[in-house]
Design a protein around this ligand. Structure first.
Ligand code: HEC
Length: 154
């Protein structure tokens, strides 16, 4: 019995939503808002890196270059397990953070520390600013691939 009441009500609702002469209602504003939010995604951090496509299996050439960069420029402050040295350990980082965020942190660290709330939390915890390592986007992508490998991806 209830159904017969609800269905006509839904139909009327659908027609009302399509009614042409109803300008500037909230329903017209909403899609615009969400489009803006999709472009400026705060979980991707701040910087040049907007979209990273991850592929499986891992690119082993990148992993290799990532290891070399890690040993030369990052190891003095970052361990591969979850324990903190000067900066946080890298274990599980690729599960906690978006690839874009990680790469922006690596290539745009000063702006990240000044403006990104998640980076600022780390700064409060570590009490030291990570130095700018002059890393290119390609270098950062290599390190990211190594981090994925360190997190058990194949
Ligand atoms: C002199 C010490 C130091 C060196 C060298 C260093 N970092 Fe950092 N890193 C830090 C600190 C400290 C933080 C935490 C944020 C802060 O306090 O600036 C951090 C944070 C990070 C984070 C975010 C970690 C998380 O848990 O989200 C990433 C990613 C990162 N560093 C990558 C790198 C890479 C890649 C290199 C090498 C190219 C590197 N770091 C070299 C000190 C360092």
């Amino acid at each position: 019995m209830k159904k017969s009441v609800i269905i006509p009500a839904l139909l009327i609702g659908a027609f009302a939503a399509c009614a042409p002469e109803k300008p500037n209602t909230e329903s017209e504003v909403k899609p615009e808002k969400s489009a803006v939010e999709a472009v400026i995604d705060p979980t991707k951090g701040i910087g040049q890196v907007k979209n990273v496509t991850l592929e499986s299996p891992l690119d082993q050439a990148r992993v290799k270059r990532g290891i070399a960069i890690y040993e030369m420029k990052c190891q003095s402050c970052h361990k591969l397990d979850e324990t903190r040295l000067v900066g946080p350990g890298w274990k599980e980082i690729t599960k906690k953070r978006k690839p874009e965020w990680i790469m922006n942190m690596i290539t745009n660290v000063d702006m990240m520390l000044d403006q990104d709330p998640e980076a600022q939390k780390l700064l409060e915890l570590c009490l030291m600013r990570m130095p700018n390592q002059n890393m290119s986007i390609g270098d950062a992508r290599d390190v990211l691939e190594y981090m994925r490998s360190n997190d058990g991806e194949k």
